[in-house]
Design a protein around this ligand. Structure first.
Ligand SMILES: [Zn+2]
Length: 225
């Protein structure tokens, strides 16, 4: 989820404006549907295209991620048994165990990058997308969007998962290791997160905001009529 390939209108003072790359004509942007293209009114060159990602698809991924992160934190990540001793650990338990071993910094890193940051990211996404889906622009939109961009690089679930996988393979010689529900849901969560990262685009996001604002205007006009 990087603000990559920023359309030029993101760099100008007005969010809803775009400058033509060829003739510099400043024009107002309008939300486009899929497979449609906006062209310059003066020279006819292409300005921007309709987004592939729909708000519904993004919202579905965010909701699925919310369910998966809850499951990942409630259930054990793995059950271990050796010489009649059974033990299981959760995601949070892993961080706690690291802390108990005197590795406070590593414990904090695990806690932040695998639980707190993904949870914050999902919460912000839902805070932004649920109202937009209903045609409402949520308060603090810009601050929330900036927060989303700021936390994203700190989400390192894959790294953690790799660490767990390596540890479990090593342990398999010493103990019976049974991957828990959280292991599978966490793997699925990495999948939905990858989907979000791959399909989220800044331009699509602001076009959803424009659509919500247009909805409001239409609703107000309909009320007045
Ligand atoms: Zn032009």
């Amino acid at each position: 989820m990087t603000p990559d390939n920023p359309p030029r209108h993101r760099n100008t003072a007005h969010a809803g404006m775009i400058a033509c790359r060829h003739c510099d004509l400043l024009q107002r942007t309008v939300p486009l549907t899929r497979h449609t293209t906006a062209v310059c009114a003066r020279c006819g060159s292409r300005l921007y295209r309709g987004e592939r990602t729909s708000l519904d698809a993004m919202l579905a991924l965010a909701l699925a991620s919310a369910v998966l992160i809850i499951v990942s934190n409630l259930f054990p990540i793995a059950d271990l048994s050796a010489q009649g001793i059974q033990s299981s650990t959760t995601l949070f338990g892993t961080a706690l165990a690291l802390y108990d071993q005197g590795r406070a910094l590593v414990a904090a890193m695990v806690l932040v990058t695998t639980i707190l940051v993904p949870a914050a990211e999902i919460a912000i996404l839902l805070y932004l997308l649920l109202p937009l889906r209903a045609g409402i622009v949520p308060p603090g939109l810009r601050a929330a969007f900036r927060a989303l961009m700021a936390v994203h690089p700190w989400s390192m679930m894959e790294v953690f998962m790799l660490g767990i996988a390596v540890t479990l393979v090593k342990l398999a010689d010493l103990a019976t290791v049974v991957p828990g529900i959280a292991m599978w849901s966490y793997v699925a969560l990495i999948g939905t997160f990858t989907g979000i990262t791959a399909s989220f685009s800044t331009q699509a996001f602001w076009s959803w905001v424009d659509l919500a604002r247009a909805d409001r205007r239409h609703a107000r006009l309909a009320e007045a009529a």
